[in-house]
Design a binder for this molecule. Structure first.
Ligand code: 5GP
Ligand code: MN
Length: 330
């Protein structure tokens, strides 16, 4: 599904000097890459830009250009609320529902600036003044490149901002592997390389600079994985006590869910991580199985057809039993 509603955007932007860019809770490579690259471009256009994200994000993203100026809402709301209230325009990147902004939700709902959504998730909410929504896109980072091209801004991208976009494309496509990777995705990636991005360096900073705790947690998760009788569904999980004893930190289990689908015959996988009486979960599927629908119907979440997430307000043992019931485990 594609919905583009940008009539009057250029005029609204011309009237906006203070701009806020936001993304979703637990920001990932695509959320941070798109926000930081767009911030750079808008600064190049002479705007005052603040990037405000709901909560902290993993260390492997801290080297991205512009990282030092990012405001983390959960670490200090006063100044962030002021910036949000004063903004004449707000960008909502890599999410399409207020609820995904977590603690920032209320401030964003009350904001009076023009709201611009750029996102590739399914079923966008209807509140934006301007919308660029396309579920066929590999990543919001690819969409930021397309957006820059639409408005003739690609000349404002430099090596650092191109690296931000490349990081988001690589993380959201699993290194150009997932089904939303199109020939255009490769073309855009090529243009970013032309801007000076060093592909191997970006891949190394994402995949080969992980704390040792990540491997210890991965080992524990793989050791206890379960499959249903036919081997089509794979259940992965880590308890809070395992996370604590093995050195869990935010974002460290990013990508763990994909191991479930690497098993021959696996069609769908669910990874659950327990944290303070709730379970955060990630769903992935192959082919026609729509985990966005499953996440919406049974796991208080959503996302894309083959990659979604959600949460359950229960402890891990209950969550495991619940998931087995949902999946008619045999
Ligand atoms: P992940 O499993 O990597 O956290 O998320 C997979 C996809 O589902 C991402 O596109 C993410 O934005 C979306 N997603 C993750 N958690 C939630 C959630 O709680 N609610 C909704 N609506 N989407 C989610
Ligand atoms: Mn994304």
């Amino acid at each position: 599904m594609k919905e583009i509603r940008l009539d009057g955007f250029t005029e609204a932007l011309a009237d906006s000097s203070n701009i806020v860019i936001t993304n979703h809770t637990n920001p990932d490579g695509d959320a941070m890459g798109s926000a930081l690259a767009l911030a750079h471009v808008l600064k190049g256009l002479g705007k005052n830009v603040s990037v405000i994200v709901p909560n902290p994000y993993p260390k492997f993203l801290w080297h991205l250009q512009g990282n030092d100026a990012v405001m983390i809402y959960s670490n200090g709301k006063k100044l962030a609320n002021q910036k949000i209230a004063e903004a004449q325009m707000l960008f909502h990147l890599d999410y399409n529902a207020y609820g995904r902004a977590a603690d920032m939700e209320e401030a964003l709902r009350n904001a009076t600036g023009k709201k611009v959504m750029i996102d590739h998730h399914q079923q966008p909410e209807d509140w934006p003044d301007f919308m660029y929504s396309d579920t066929s896109m590999s990543s919001t980072c690819q969409m930021i490149y397309e957006f820059c091209e639409m408005y003739g801004w690609t000349g404002h991208l430099d090596k650092g901002s191109a690296e931000c976009l490349y990081t988001g494309i690589v993380t959201d496509t699993g290194s150009f592997k997932y089904s939303a990777t199109s020939s255009r995705t490769h073309e855009v990636a090529g243009k970013l390389l032309d801007l000076g991005v060093e592909s191997q360096a970006v891949q190394n900073s994402i995949f080969d600079a992980q704390p040792i705790a990540r491997l210890r947690l991965l080992g524990a998760m793989l050791d206890q994985l379960e499959t249903n009788a036919s081997g089509t569904i794979v259940l992965l999980y880590l308890s809070q006590s395992q996370c604590e004893s093995l050195g869990y930190e935010k974002g460290i289990t990013e990508g763990f869910v994909n191991y479930g689908l690497s098993i021959e015959g696996a069609q769908m996988t669910l990874f659950m991580r327990e944290e303070e009486g709730i379970v955060k979960l990630s769903l992935r599927s192959k082919g026609i199985i729509d985990v966005n629908e499953i996440a919406r119907a049974s796991f208080n979440g959503g996302g894309h057809k083959n990659a979604a997430g959600g949460k359950l307000e229960m402890a891990l043992p209950e969550a495991l039993a619940y998931a087995k019931k949902v999946f008619e485990w045999v």
